[in-house]
Design a protein around this ligand. Structure first.
Ligand SMILES: N[C@@H](CCC(=O)N[C@@H](CS)C(=O)NCC(=O)O)C(=O)O
Length: 210
């Protein structure tokens, strides 16, 4: 039986969305970040990093949202949500996942989150925020150019890379980034998917931690 720990964030939504795309039965444990729930003894045994999302499937305990999406795709998707391993398509899928996690999440949007919304925890850093904004604007242009002649990151079919990209695009919009019109269309198309709608309804049925 699959369980997913976490809710109310763009990253936990990735795990719920992958389960919904694959029509999997799963048990959500909707704990929020910074609510104290990630510091409980029970949760720390699952993830000593004290971070969500976490997936449990039988004996497997897996953290990191991109790894969770890819595990679900490989185990239950049979090539539907991630290209099969050992193929050039899979190498490109890995490339997009790394790019999104590093250039559009960790180095940019998450820097803004830490030093703006969460400045009480991580400190004010206006110069880091300016650099993060410039970095996001530069790197997102690569995505705009790439999507100019294909509907999805990998070409003709929706994959976990689109789950990750959509999650950062909605996050960026919420932060006031003016996304290119084509990217707005792309985001509208992905967030209209029934699986996204089910996942978002569940994921955001709790409020984010303070
Ligand atoms: N690289 C990780 C990042 C996970 C992460 O930072 N999660 C945040 C919420 S989106 C968190 O759990 N924060 C816990 C806390 O601060 O209590 C992933 O993609 O899963």
């Amino acid at each position: 039986m699959i369980s997913i720990w976490g809710g109310a964030t763009s990253r936990t939504l990735r795990a719920h969305w992958a389960c919904e795309e694959l029509a999997l039965a799963y048990t959500p444990h909707l704990i929020g970040s910074r609510t104290g729930a990630t510091q409980s003894d029970e949760f720390r045994r699952l993830n000593p990093k004290e971070k969500i999302p976490v997936l449990c499937d039988g004996d497997l305990v897996l953290s990191e949202s991109a790894a969770i999406v890819t595990y679900l795709a490989d185990t239950y998707g049979r090539g539907d949500l991630a290209p099969l391993p050992f193929t050039p398509e899979r190498a490109l899928y890995n490339q997009w996942l790394s790019f999104i996690q590093m250039e559009l999440d960790a180095h940019t949007l998450y820097v803004m989150r830490k030093h703006k919304d969460l400045a009480n925890l991580y400190g004010e850093a206006p110069a880091a925020i300016d650099t993060a904004i410039a970095g996001f604007n530069k790197q997102i242009q690569v995505v705009v150019d790439h999507l100019a002649d294909r509907p999805f990151l990998l070409g003709d079919s929706f994959t976990g890379a689109d789950i990750l990209l959509t999650s950062v695009l909605t996050w960026a919009s919420n932060y006031g980034f003016e996304l290119d019109a084509a990217l707005q269309d792309y985001t509208r198309t992905q967030t209209a998917r029934p699986a996204y709608r089910r996942a978002a309804k569940l994921n955001f049925s709790i409020s984010a931690g303070a």
